[in-house]
Design a binder for this molecule. Structure first.
Ligand code: ADP
Ligand code: MG
Length: 292
């Protein structure tokens, strides 16, 4: 028999407390074991506090990123709204005609419905991202998640004159993780790439997102841009909190991405491309539970 250790919570007279119990069997013919209980409440509290502040911070930066994107979101919403108005006005005109052309009206109404659904989807995607939620682990397809985030950014990319090209592994990229957090990783990397390309201002550039399975039971995501690249010697520094080279930067994007990726058992790193720009990579374990 080997020993074991576990943390458990109990209720003290005034507050909940956490204890660590470890059991070490004695290697004697008559048996026996050393059992120890330690009060680890302070350590547990500090851990929970750290986790909570990381969540708060992640939520805060998510909200502020969305604030930056609000111009393009307004644009994305105003398209279906304009479509609905135009169609409703056309329907009004058709109703003035006797007898009204019912076939035409039917088409108009179904256009209104699909525009309305489109606007609803935009709002739903936003809501998902802005939700303040405790993280929960799901088996999910990283490719689908990347497609969602890229769609969310599509009109922003259009406005900035950059294209986002997806070169995704044809198989679903199955991982276990928190959807909103992983969306945030992809969002932060794409926003950085778009900002870098705007700085470069060298015509229209392309951001490429690649995904693939690696041969070590992991999935690999790479976000490549054609901006100015990282300043020399800053490959690790850029992942530090508050490191920023942007006048209005917060310097939190990559450090949050790093803490999320690491909390998912993964690694994140950045390297300048042989030509222009930088590629930020992350890899995380494949989920064993099979596809979504
Ligand atoms: N794609 C990129 N190209 C060039 N530099 C980058 C890129 N991504 C990140 N960086 C550098 O890393 C810094 C930190 O990025 P980040 O943590 O997202 O904070 P912020 O975007 O607020 O500056 C940036 O200010 C920039 O100097
Ligand atoms: Mg950033």
């Amino acid at each position: 028999m080997t020993g074991f250790a576990l943390d458990y919570s109990g209720s003290g007279p005034t507050t909940d407390r956490w204890f660590a119990m470890s059991v070490v069997p004695l290697n004697r013919p008559e048996g026996g074991a050393v059992i120890s209980h330690t009060d680890v409440t302070e350590r547990k509290r500090a851990e929970l506090e750290l986790q909570r502040s990381r969540q708060e911070l992640a939520h805060f930066t998510r909200v502020s990123t969305m604030g930056e994107l609000s111009a393009s979101l307004a644009h994305e919403l105003s398209q279906p709204l304009t479509g609905i108005l135009t169609n409703a006005q056309a329907a009004q005109r058709f109703l003035d005609v006797t007898p009204p052309d019912l076939g035409e009206l039917r088409t108009i109404v179904s256009d209104i419905i699909s525009d309305d659904k489109r606007a609803g989807e935009v709002i739903q995607r936003l809501r998902d991202l802005l939700r303040k939620d405790v993280p929960h682990q799901l088996v999910l397809d990283l490719n689908a998640l990347i497609r969602d985030v890229a769609r969310l950014l599509s009109s922003d990319a259009l406005i900035r004159n950059v294209t986002i090209t997806l070169d995704l592994d044809p198989r679903p990229l199955t991982v276990t993780g928190d959807r909103v957090q992983l969306q945030q990783v992809v969002l932060n990397l794409l926003v950085n790439a778009m900002e870098a390309m705007a700085d470069g201002a060298e015509g229209d550039g392309s951001i490429v997102v690649r995904t693939q399975y690696t041969d070590v039971e992991a999935v690999h995501v790479a976000v490549q841009d054609a901006g100015p690249g990282l300043r020399e010697g800053t490959h690790d520094l850029v992942f530090e909190p508050f490191y920023t080279t942007k006048p209005a930067g917060m310097g939190m994007g990559l450090s949050i991405a790093k803490s999320i990726v690491e909390a998912h058992g993964g690694v994140i790193w950045a390297a300048n491309n042989p030509g222009r720009g930088v590629t930020v990579h992350f890899a995380m374990p494949v989920s064993i539970k099979g596809s979504e």
